[in-house]
Design a protein around this ligand. Structure first.
Ligand SMILES: [Zn+2]
Length: 512
């Protein structure tokens, strides 16, 4: 009875209890919310808050680097049937996400998130979670690791502990009884903890790499994948935006003085030293997400690295664009090689023998196209599938389902080219000197220890093109040249006939 009286009183004055904000859960983060106004209009109560996200601690390694407050993830209670307006301070609101159950997330619509600074919505349940992007927590990672390690081809270890004593789990994925001299890939993610799209993307790459599919089997047969999903577990759990627990932005911590180098970076360096002591690391992928409205690779310019590294990165980048609606040739970004980055560490320790590069997914939409698809877990997964196929093609690790042949068995009427005016695989490409020049590609399954399934294979040639930052249409991509029927022999062959001046590089057989 007493409760009813209070409610009636509140209704009479037009005011009800305020919204309760909290972020005291894993990856939760906010600074404060201040009530600006509260009014009743046409039967709906509207509460306006100035919402402040929380800055990371000051960076002791690089004091001039301003701390970030991008990440927010908080809960509001007492919101049912109320219109809540949040003026987002310290960060932005570019259609962030909300969830009534902290599991299923929905993007705010354009009208609910109209100007990159405001979130306005009438909620139909009492409790709602809001996050900059769909959270990807340490607990979620540990649960997924339990799924992954059920497979014989996945080993779990640790490269050490974080500053706050959290484990830094490392996955090693390979067919243990596979080939000798496998290619070696190292991938790490989540240096910047707000960049959860990158974790959803990497999760899919891992799911596909550990899958019990013929193609994944080939990838594991030909290469070994070391994957460190979280380089910064403390930052993730503690809800930071870009730094570890001490405020250090670890992306640029690789050449800092020892006393301000984080434990996490020291663990990574020790692990990578041990890998290089065993042999080469062919590819290093540094997985991030960025505020620009496009995916990208941060391609090291040839001037600050080498022509070979630049070319290799451009080949991998262009492979990733193949049949990928979310990645256009114009989306690439270019940067100087720098010792402060992990890529610089590889450059200093292994030169251009490691293709080391940062890859970014956006938070918002792809290729600057606001009218196109906005970034979702579903399209990040499709994107990740393209990354994995690109990686397999680059490593020539996809046989017998994607057989990338680099060395022709014979070539008549061609000249070998090694200049840097084109993007090509390996160390050279061919240029036809006459009409009707023939180049013969053979993949010897017996020699490679690969059984070639019977059936139709599509045949593609790598259309090595001008070494431009934005490749021309139809260049630096696989171009279909035919189909062949393979009826179960040990070798698969294709002879390509070229026009005068035409280029020839790798050939790809794709099992239909
Ligand atoms: Zn980042």
């Amino acid at each position: 009875m007493k409760k009813l009286v209070i409610i009636l009183l509140l209704m009479a004055t037009g005011a009800t209890a305020q919204v309760r904000f909290s972020a005291d859960f894993e990856s939760g983060s906010m600074e404060k919310a201040e009530l600006v106004s509260q009014e009743m209009k046409n039967g709906t109560e509207t509460l306006v808050y100035d919402f402040y996200s929380r800055f990371d601690p000051a960076n002791p390694a690089r004091p001039t680097l301003a701390p970030s407050a991008r990440w927010y993830y908080f809960c509001m209670e007492g919101v049912k049937d109320k219109e809540i307006v949040l003026n987002v301070k310290n960060s932005d609101a570019r259609r962030p996400y909300y969830s009534y159950d902290n599991v299923n997330w929905t993007r705010f619509s354009e009208t609910e998130s109209p100007d990159e600074k405001t979130i306005i919505k009438k909620y139909n349940q009492d409790k709602v979670y809001i996050a900059y992007y769909i959270p990807f927590t340490y607990t979620h990672l540990l649960n997924r690791i339990q799924d992954w390690v059920k497979n014989d081809w996945v080993d779990l270890s640790s490269i050490g502990e974080s500053e706050h004593g959290r484990n830094m789990p490392l996955l090693t994925i390979t067919n243990k009884n596979g080939k000798q001299n496998k290619k070696v890939v190292y991938i790490h993610g989540r240096v910047h903890t707000s960049e959860t799209p990158g974790s959803w993307h990497l999760e899919r790459m891992i799911d596909q790499l550990v899958a019990d599919t013929p193609y994944a089997h080939s990838l594991r047969e030909n290469a070994i994948y070391y994957i460190l999903p979280f380089t910064n577990p403390d930052g993730v759990v503690e809800g930071n935006s870009r730094s570890n627990s001490n405020g250090v932005n670890m992306e640029v911590n690789w050449d800092d003085p020892e006393e301000v180098t984080t434990k996490e970076v020291k663990n990574m360096r020790a692990f990578l030293q041990s890998l290089l002591a065993k042999g080469n690391v062919d590819v290093f992928l540094n997985m991030h997400s960025q505020s620009m409205h496009q995916a990208t690779y941060w391609v090291h310019t040839a001037e600050t690295s080498s022509d070979k590294l630049y070319r290799n990165i451009m080949v991998l980048a262009n492979l990733t664009m193949q049949d990928n609606p979310y990645f256009a040739k114009k989306d690439l970004c270019f940067s100087k090689m720098g010792s402060r980055y992990c890529e610089g560490w590889f450059w200093n320790n292994n030169g251009d023998k490691t293709l080391a590069v940062t890859f970014e997914t956006p938070y918002t939409y792809y290729s600057q196209n606001k009218e196109g698809e906005w970034v979702s877990i579903e399209n990040l997964r499709k994107f990740a599938d393209c990354n994995l196929i690109a990686l397999g093609d680059y490593l020539q690790a996809g046989a017998p389902y994607r057989i990338n042949v680099s060395e022709p068995e014979s070539a008549n009427g061609f000249q070998t080219m090694t200049d840097n005016s084109k993007f090509y695989f390996g160390n050279s490409y061919l240029k036809s000197t006459k009409e009707g020049a023939k180049v013969k590609y053979v993949f010897n399954g017996k020699k490679e220890g690969v059984e070639l399934p019977k059936g139709t294979y599509e045949v593609y040639k790598w259309a090595a093109g001008e070494s431009l930052k934005v490749s021309n249409a139809g260049e630096n991509e696989w171009v279909k040249v035919g189909e062949i029927n393979h009826n179960g022999g040990k070798k698969i062959k294709y002879t390509y006939t070229a026009k005068e001046g035409e280029l020839a590089d790798n050939l790809l057989f794709v099992k239909k």
